[in-house]
Design a protein around this ligand. Structure first.
Ligand code: IMP
Length: 179
């Protein structure tokens, strides 16, 4: 059992929806001329975000998923990224958008983009719903970012703490209770 905690709302469901509409417009514009966009969701944290984002993207999309090792049940990155589940499809010559829930240290997105670039996509861009710039330990920056947030451990909208709270409609900060 994880230590008892409370959740304090940081970003409302309404604010997330409004930002996704804006991001989808920018992405659509940036990929003008693209016949089909391959949207790659990084499991598991991006599953709600990708579902909402693709429904706002008024273009031909194909969806694939990749799972990289995450924090497990901890709140700190292990810094060592392993691919647990690879893409089903080929991305050579394709226009690809990698969808991440949070860029924290940046190790995950850095590792995944390096790996996918070796497969020679025509173009590869990235989007992260959340960015914690103060925690960065790599040079990676997503092409598009939903919200910059402070150094807080967050849950909700697909994002978990020890597999809990993914089904919250908003993003909230975890506040551990003093025992
Ligand atoms: P990074 O490799 O340190 O950038 O971590 C990225 C991954 O760590 C994200 O895709 C999340 O799965 C997880 N993560 C980072 N920050 C949080 C958080 O505040 N709550 C839950 N998971 C997080």
């Amino acid at each position: 059992m994880p230590q008892a905690y409370d959740i304090v709302e940081l970003i409302s469901a309404k604010a997330i929806a409004a930002r996704i509409e804006e991001l989808a417009r920018e992405i659509r514009q940036s990929f003008t001329g693209t016949e089909k966009l391959t949207v790659v969701g990084l499991l598991r944290g991006s599953f709600v975000f990708i579902a909402d984002l693709v429904r706002e993207l008024d273009m031909n999309v194909e969806v694939d998923f990749l799972e990289a090792s995450s924090y497990g049940d901890a709140t700190e990155s292990s810094r060592e990224v392993r691919i647990l589940k690879d893409l089903r499809g080929e991305i050579a010559g394709r226009d690809v958008l990698v969808v991440e829930d949070i860029v924290d240290t940046g190790f995950t997105l850095d590792h995944v983009t390096r790996l996918l670039k070796t497969r020679e996509p025509h173009r590869l861009e990235t989007i992260a719903l959340l960015d914690k710039p103060s925690r960065r330990e790599t040079d990676i920056k997503a092409t598009w970012t939903g919200f910059e947030i402070p150094d807080e451990f967050v849950v909700g909208y697909g994002i978990d703490y020890a597999q809990r709270n993914r089904n919250l409609p908003f993003i909230g900060c975890v506040r551990f209770r003093e025992e």
